[in-house]
Design a protein around this ligand. Sequence first.
Ligand SMILES: *Cc1c(COP(=O)(O)O)cnc(C)c1O
Length: 398
Amino acid sequence: MHSIDSAIVEQNGFRTINQHSRNAPRILLTPGPLTTSELVRDAMKNDYGSRDAEFIATTRSIRQKLVRIVNGEASHVAVPLAGCGTSAVEATISTLMRKSDALLVLINGAYGERIYRIAVKMGRNVVALHWPEDVPIDSAMVRSYLRENTSVTHVALVHCETTTGILNPIEKVAAVVSQEGKSLILDAMSSFGALPLDVSASPATAIVASSNKCLEGTPGISFAIVEKQALENSEGNSSSTVLDLFGHWKNFEENGQWQFTPPVQVVAALDVALNLLDDEGGPTGRNQRYQQNMAVLIEGMKTLGFECLLDLTVQAPVIATLHSPKERWYEFTSFYKALADRGFLIYPGKVSGFDTFRVGCIGAIDAADLRRFISTVKDVRDSSISSSPKSGAPVSFS
Ligand SMILES: *Cc1c(COP(=O)(O)O)cnc(C)c1O
């Protein structure tokens, strides 16, 4: 087998991907885009006419399957749009909120912050409640805030905050928001399809996610699953054309077609990915595989002396945040490169106040891939220790 090294060409000091390296196996231990299965990538080898009956049927199929994942057939519709996940977050706020509405964002990480900044930039009324990045959102505090601040109409939060990998208690928060008569906007980007989510247990006006995370599709589609009632009342709210879910929805309802050019290959790949999710037993089955992946990852990294940022009771089986070792051999960029050269792509840390890095366990990968990753980390560490000047000596901070 060719090593990944030989597949990478250097151009002006930058590594680029050439024809050969496209065939080299690469495991993405990131929060997305992720490792996809060959069946999913194969669906992208054809061309599809966006106004053709076959493609219209594929679009209908993905819209139905997306709604079914959260048990929303009776009340919700799926509105996909072309773009990264953030575009659906922006479109949802822009479409569902009237100018006079007010949004409360519950923040314990960078993606919650992003929702807040999107609303500010759009000129909407927005306030925020903050928690430390390693602490889940507290529904009791949300309740008392909503009782004291009755002008709030919408509440937004992130299900799995990918900044750390922490799981927020969605059922509890959704119950509070619904009891207080507010609308919930849930960013379920890094959990959708893998963590159980049911609109009858967690009432949400909108659930936002994308094709390329736990659904294991390719990147290029984001979507919102929206309460039909809320969508019907949303005409004219969005000042954008491309980010107006109402406009897209009307078009889907009228002729089954995307309003503007759809990423046809990505749609076809997502349809296959959704079938594979079904074959795996839906979110329950996928959750089991990710739980196993996470268990192998955490156990293995602990054995090698790495420490997790989060308490395991609040860790979602999505991405782990690990403290950077305070040892002389470790330096993120060279650690990253050594792992990448061996086929594993990890992710930098994003937590404030700590030096960390992240390793994901989602995508079309299994426990055996994670075991290979652990032994690769061991090899990299061992060879870094033996090649560093004062091998194994602790760093002196004097
Ligand atoms: C990945 C992610 C997003 C969207 O990211 P994009 O880069 O726009 O696709 C939003 N929220 C969360 C929690 C995420 O993990």
